[in-house]
Design a protein around this ligand. Structure first.
Ligand SMILES: Cc1cc2nc3c(=O)[nH]c(=O)nc-3n(C[C@H](O)[C@H](O)[C@H](O)COP(=O)(O)OP(=O)(O)OC[C@H]3O[C@@H](n4cnc5c(N)ncnc54)[C@H](O)[C@@H]3O)c2cc1C
Length: 450
């Protein structure tokens, strides 16, 4: 991140989102909304005094996953790039009540700008890499795990904060009453491989759960119960890590942890099915870590339509071909990297992102692109300008020309034929797939089978 931030050929636009994309491979225009930080980026030195002096503390549900607080003017996290704070206008006393301005009074370079507005930037780009990642699935949707009923039932992400030296307990693994837990249960596949939530495997939870088991043993010496369906240690060195963890005295229960009950004394009873013993088992513990599923970002549908992406039935962005074109999409010049395409851990994300970057370099090195000859064409004489084809085109390849007639952009057209079927006046033809050609092919086949 630091390298990217310092690179002379990379412009980082953080706190920004792409709102609209037009154009085609080699010639896209992206409209980007750069949201107002209420801080002048040119003047701010990132000293952090504004954050220190801000009197307003709010629960941080993003970086701290509800485990800690932040100020109303804050840095997203301690080593954020760029090192600039942002004012959370929904919680800032000045925006709420018109008073305070302590950050402004204490900023020696005058960088606080309460009047700052969002900026809209139009940027010309030749290719686009979509790397919007994943969202955490909410375990409240499966009430049998009692998430939210005890502060000692954590998601894997919350446990990451708990073990982090910058987290709420400075890295100590403590229960809500400040004690080291004596027994901890880890339950895999919460919302993954479950027909009541997501049927897919979230792929990296087995390995991070093993990491969590190791951290609990190492930092607290607590007894650890690991409930799993089957262990997916698929990466290089992962099986060896699993072997090592098994020697650390962890009790592995092969069978899904089915239920967590909060007992009257605050203890947590985890019930499950031990497939090896062939019977139900239960463990009373002080802390439960739920390895919750991941899922596509909530705005994945919007992002898909902005960039002309397809989605698989489970909602992840679709690659052009699962084996042969894993980073390309159905829109030429738009590529995928990381979990936006499906669950993958960091080494696989890095490899996928590297492949996407190379595809971009390859595209630019070619200097020109070859497009398929099977595109749609409009007969302007027949076109009545009704616009139905424009609405039906899944690739936004059709627009109106100066006379209001439909015009196909061959660089965007995939020759899918939707517009041909939609056009009531028969003005559109799919080259190499005319009705006459298709009928001739059918006749040929029938002649062979006759
Ligand atoms: C609890 C937990 C522990 C883990 N531990 C490990 C581990 O030990 N080892 C390991 O290899 N992997 C681990 N992982 C997996 C790791 O988090 C993922 O492999 C990795 O984060 C995937 O990277 P990504 O860039 O694809 O997605 P993300 O990390 O999700 O990054 C996507 C980024 O895109 C941004 N974004 C989203 N939408 C938009 C938008 N519309 N516009 C602009 N920006 C947007 C997001 O804010 C985010 O910054 C763990 C995961 C979890 C949940």
């Amino acid at each position: 991140m630091m390298d990217a931030g310092r690179h002379p050929n990379i412009t980082l636009l953080t706190y920004s989102e792409v709102e609209h994309v037009s154009g085609y491979v080699g010639n896209f225009t992206a409209r980007i909304r750069k949201r107002a930080r209420s801080v002048n980026e040119e003047l701010c030195t990132g000293c952090g005094i504004c954050q220190e002096k801000c009197p307003r503390r709010v629960q941080d549900t993003v970086f701290e996953v509800g485990m800690g607080k932040r100020k109303a003017i804050y840095f997203s996290f301690s080593q954020s790039i760029p090192n600039l704070p942002v004012i959370d206008r929904e919680n800032c006393l000045y925006f709420l009540k018109g008073k305070c301005r302590l950050c402004e009074k204490n900023c020696s370079v005058g960088a606080i700008d309460f009047e700052q507005e969002d900026e809209l930037l139009d940027v010309q780009v030749g290719a686009i890499v979509v790397a919007t990642g994943y969202a955490m699935w909410d375990p409240l949707q499966l009430p049998q795990y009692s998430y939210g009923l005890s502060p000692n039932i954590l998601t894997g992400l919350q446990f990451e904060r708990l073990t982090n030296s910058g987290g709420p307990t400075a890295g100590e693994i403590l229960t809500a009453d400040g004690k080291n837990p004596e027994q901890v249960a880890i339950i895999h596949c919460i919302g993954s491989r479950d027909e009541n939530a997501h049927i897919y495997c979230s792929r990296f939870c087995c390995m991070y759960s093993l990491k969590h088991a190791h951290q609990v043993r190492e930092k607290t010496g607590a007894e650890v119960f690991d409930f799993y369906m089957d262990m997916r240690a698929f990466g290089k060195g992962y099986e060896e890590f699993y072997e090592r963890i098994q020697e650390e005295g962890i009790t592995f229960v092969r069978g899904k942890g089915a239920e967590v009950e909060v007992l009257a004394d605050g203890k947590l009873r985890v019930k499950g099915d031990d497939a090896n013993l062939g019977r139900l088992v239960a463990a009373d513990v002080d802390m439960v870590i739920l390895a919750t599923a991941i899922e596509p970002q909530p705005d994945a549908g919007q992002v898909a339509s902005t960039f002309g992406l397809g989605r698989t039935p489970d909602g992840w962005f679709a690659e052009a071909h699962p084996k042969l074109r894993p980073v390309e999409t159905s829109t030429a010049g738009v590529f995928l990297a990381g979990c936006a395409q499906g669950p993958r851990d960091v080494p696989d994300t890095v490899a996928h992102a590297g492949a996407a970057a190379l595809e971009v370099v390859r595209l630019f090195n070619q200097g020109e692109v070859t497009i398929s000859p099977t595109v749609a064409v409009v007969d302007a004489e027949k076109c009545v300008g009704c616009g139905e084809c424009i609405l039906s085109c899944p690739y936004t390849a059709i627009a109106r020309d100066a006379d209001g007639k439909a015009e196909v952009n061959p660089a965007l057209c995939h020759g899918c034929g939707t517009c041909v079927a939609t056009c009531l006046s028969g003005a559109i033809t799919a080259l190499h797939f005319t009705d006459e050609e298709i009928v001739a092919q059918i006749d040929g086949l029938l002649a062979l089978t006759a």
